[in-house]
Design a protein. Structure first.
Length: 373
């Protein structure tokens, strides 16, 4: 990229480059991110999902039955399809904003990320696009398909540790030793602002939106989306959805402090991991900006994956399907125009095949490739 095309680096002061804590992101940061992302990410696609309107949301027919009639007046369900992104998930938004916000450093020092797969792939993708080196740390539990996708980006892959937190410790140590620019997966002001661009796009496409349902893990996506939407439509209801086991954010909200949980086998492997050793932004943002959180069972996640494929020909990973699962299971009540964020498509083919065949695919059969997730 020529110097005349170099992205603006708003707020890249010496204290921030030295690792000092930045202020929490603001709505203005989201708008700046939107400008940075132009031409590098795709606008989310809103898909109408009439079969999820209130009369059928908890019906068994919603998965495979005949197409239903219209729902109650105004109570319409839409799916925000983030599988349209070049790397298959919303993560490209935050990664792109974070790398471009520190463009000179990324080019000269390289970047390092820790990931359950999607964030690392996004960081490597944008790093390659600007000519920066990328190193990605993952735990031993990341599925084989996501490891293969990371290798295809040209990133240097470091696999180790039994949890996301252990992989994060290794990534931080490497960044300190090498001088590479660390791009965390969620608890980072530029990452949150980048994810928030999805919230702006939802309001652009559906100004009358009343409810938004968001997959919830470390909180970067929901923090950004809530920040953006609250700035222009403060009355919108915002719900976060996690799997039943290993929902660190939900447990931490209940305890009022960071709670570490063991990672458990789940279809929603991309939602696993803790909140980081020193959570600066997302725990507070979710506490202050999100109306409620809910959890869904593995059976509901599998049903949602099947539903998305049968009804909409969408391939979703488990973590990307939890918002749909929450409505199918009746865990979130549809009121007014409702948007369900389908956050990613990067599912193991063997897992997806088992889900389509009727299994919740939570545990891998003996001899299957990859680790249980």
């Amino acid at each position: 990229m020529a110097s005349s095309d170099r992205p603006a680096q708003h707020g890249a002061d010496d204290a921030t480059r030295a690792g000092a804590a930045r202020p929490a992101p603001t709505p203005r940061d989201v708008w700046i991110a939107r400008a940075r992302l132009r031409g590098r990410t795709h606008a989310t696609r809103l898909r109408r999902a009439p079969e999820l309107d209130p009369e059928r949301a908890s019906s068994a027919e919603a998965e495979l039955g005949p197409a239903p009639g219209p729902g109650r007046s105004g109570a319409e369900v839409w799916i925000a399809d983030e599988t349209v992104q070049p790397t298959g998930s919303f993560k490209l938004r935050g990664a792109t904003n974070a790398v471009l916000a520190r463009f000179d450093e990324a080019r000269s020092r390289g970047v390092v990320a820790v990931s359950t797969g999607n964030h690392g792939r996004a960081v490597a993708h944008v790093a390659r696009s600007v000519g920066a080196r990328a190193t990605v740390f993952v735990s031993e539990h990341v599925p084989a398909g996501k490891l293969d996708a990371l290798r295809e980006t040209g990133a240097t892959l470091r696999v180790g540790g039994t949890s996301q937190d252990e992989a994060e410790d290794a990534a931080r140590a490497y960044a300190q030793e090498s001088g590479a620019l660390l791009i965390p997966p969620f608890d980072h002001a530029d990452v949150i602002a980048g994810q928030g661009t999805l919230g702006l796009e939802i309001v652009d496409a559906l100004p009358e939106v009343a409810t938004v349902v968001v997959p919830l893990s470390g909180g970067g996506l929901i923090a950004g989306v809530a920040l953006a939407i609250r700035s222009v439509a403060p009355d919108v209801r915002i719900f976060g959805v996690s799997m039943r086991d290993g929902a660190a954010m939900i447990e931490s909200l209940a305890a009022g402090r960071i709670v570490a949980l063991p990672e458990a086998p789940t279809l929603a492997d991309s939602l696993q991991g803790g909140l980081g050793r020193d959570n600066r932004y997302t725990l507070r943002a979710v506490r202050d900006l999100v109306d409620a959180t809910v959890q869904v069972e593995e059976r509901a996640i599998a049903q949602a994956m099947r539903h998305a494929f049968v009804r909409h020909r969408m391939v979703l990973e488990g973590g990307g399907a939890v918002a749909i699962a929450a409505v199918l299971a009746g865990a979130v009540e549809v009121r007014g125009p409702t948007v369900l964020i389908a956050s990613g498509a990067n599912v193991e083919p063997s897992t997806f095949a088992r889900v389509l065949a009727g299994s919740d695919a939570r545990a891998r059969p003996a001899g299957a490739e990859g680790s249980p997730r």
